[in-house]
Design a protein around this ligand. Structure first.
Ligand code: GDP
Ligand code: ZN
Length: 300
């Protein structure tokens, strides 16, 4: 039975691309509904062709990841978009996105946007220093960072390279330039940018179906950004530390198993903080997230 990947779901149809690049428009077999399952965009499936030129999805192969927003299976890379100006780089929010990315089991690529606009700023030198420092910090933790300008088409080749062979989902605050970047990456694609949706007087991403858009250099990008709700509700408190890569590596050296790295003696993370082995900003954000988690728990 042929296999393929669902790249689009629309009005009860699943558009499956087989391994030869051919598209077959499929219905899902009734059995999925009975089991309370449904195929997702990104799913690897087995399908059978029917006489009318369509097909049926017969089996969903095991998923490596599963996102709820956007509903995508097997995404393996989160592209975290942060503008360096308007709005300025916010490392606390970046660390929050990283927690959610790690929790979902995706690798992260940090893409800094709107670099062209820095030159106009009175603070250009300071912003450039902050950008360099942030790149150095996150590279040392193991995250790739790319500096881009969608407007001047800079950094796009590096970005295309990094996205090839992956199923990627963009994430980031509204207005940082996600749609502009995806539009610049995929010629012919016209995602609405903020300017356009403001002109039309409506919000974006309303009741749209998600589609994986194929990149010329290989790989797929979801046309709807993800991780819109960033609360820690579905995380256990002990998982937050695991979502900080450099803490996770150090944790086996802590005296107590299940060390929260906050008050315990013999904590390898706090030792590293004192000796400069981990960044102050990362630890502060971690401690803030732990407090936020407890505060949410107290309220509900
Ligand atoms: P999204 O909400 O993250 O999808 O952001 P948009 O792509 O809609 O962009 C938000 C605003 O930033 C728009 O006014 C864009 O024109 C502007 N913008 C996006 N990319 C760039 C860039 O590379 N340079 C500059 N100067 N502005 C940009
Ligand atoms: Zn510890």
């Amino acid at each position: 039975m042929p296999e393929g990947m669902i790249y689009k779901a629309l009005s009860g149809y699943y558009f499956v691309e087989d391994d030869n690049g051919r598209t077959v428009q499929c219905r899902a077999r009734g059995i999925f509904k009975k089991r309370g399952e449904s195929p997702l965009v990104g799913d690897r499936v087995r399908f059978a062709e029917t006489e009318n030129g369509e097909g049926t999805v017969d089996a969903i192969l095991p998923r490596s990841t599963e996102l709820i927003r956007p509903p995508v299976a097997n995404a393996d890379l989160a592209v975290l978009a942060f503008s360096v100006i308007r709005p300025e780089l916010n490392l606390q929010l970046l660390d929050k996105f990283l927690v959610h990315t790690e929790h979902a089991g995706l690798d992260a690529l940090i893409v800094l946007t709107k670099m062209d606009a820095v030159a106009e700023s009175e603070d250009a030198d300071r912003i450039r220093r902050d950008v360099d420092a942030a790149r150095e910090l996150y590279t040392s933790i193991g995250y790739d960072t790319i500096v881009t300008s969608a407007k001047k088409e800079e950094g796009l080749d590096d970005l295309r390279d990094r996205l090839s062979r992956h199923i990627s989902v963009f994430a980031g605050q509204s207005g940082v330039g996600k749609s502009s970047l995806v539009n610049a990456l995929v010629p012919g694609l016209q995602l609405e940018t903020s300017e356009i949706s403001e002109k039309l007087g409506r919000g974006r991403h309303t009741t749209r179906h998600v589609e994986l858009v194929k990149l010329a250099g290989g790989g797929y990008v979801a046309d709807t950004p993800g991780f819109s709700q960033l609360d820690f509700a579905e995380l256990g408190i002990e998982q937050i530390g695991d979502c900080f890569r450099e803490f996770r590596e150090l944790a086996p050296g802590c005296k107590f198993r299940g060390c929260t790295h906050l008050h315990e003696p013999g904590c390898a993370v706090k030792d590293a903080l004192e000796s400069g082995g981990i960044a102050k900003s990362r630890y502060q954000h971690y401690a803030g997230f732990m407090a936020e988690w407890k505060e949410n728990r107290r309220r509900y």
